[in-house]
Design a protein around this ligand. Structure first.
Ligand code: RB5
Length: 143
């Protein structure tokens, strides 16, 4: 898969670790920044990654800030985006199976790199189950 990744200044280091992990798993990673730990604003990167996913320049997105909260809220403002913030693998898996999330977020101040990898793996391995869940997503989209 082609995976868009972005963060804020707090999570630049974890972003590099997760990007390398995604490549190890055989995915193509497009890094939307930032590239340094110079203070910046998470909404910028949430929007960039969300637009890449909504515009189909990427198959999925991963966003990381201090908590994963601000950057996921920002991503969810883009039409067609269902971003989830997770700090454990179970919710990540279910968010794909039932909610067909297209962006995964987590917090660099909340999870360590090994737990973050487990969350990413659970999310990437899970598949949307469709059926009644598709009807509910249509209700969210208002269609
Ligand atoms: C930055 O200090 C922090 O607010 C940000 O990384 C994130 O946690 C926001 O939700």
């Amino acid at each position: 898969m082609k995976i868009a990744i972005g963060s804020d200044h707090v999570a630049v280091e974890l972003k590099s670790v997760i990007s390398a992990y995604l490549e190890e798993l055989g995915h193509e990673v497009v890094d939307y920044g930032p590239q340094t730990a110079e203070p910046t604003d998470y909404p910028k990167y949430g929007k960039l990654v969300a637009e890449a996913v909504a515009g189909k320049q990427a198959d999925a997105g991963i966003l990381i800030c201090g908590t994963g909260v601000g950057i996921s809220i920002s991503a969810n403002k883009v039409k067609g985006i269902r971003a989830v913030v997770c700090s454990e693998p179970y919710s990540a898996q279910l968010s794909k199976q039932h909610n067909n999330t297209n962006i995964l977020a987590f917090g660099a101040r909340v999870v360590g790199s090994e737990l973050a990898k487990m969350i990413v793996k659970a999310w990437l391995d899970a598949e949307f189950e469709g059926e009644r869940h598709a009807d509910r997503i249509a209700m969210i989209e208002g269609t």
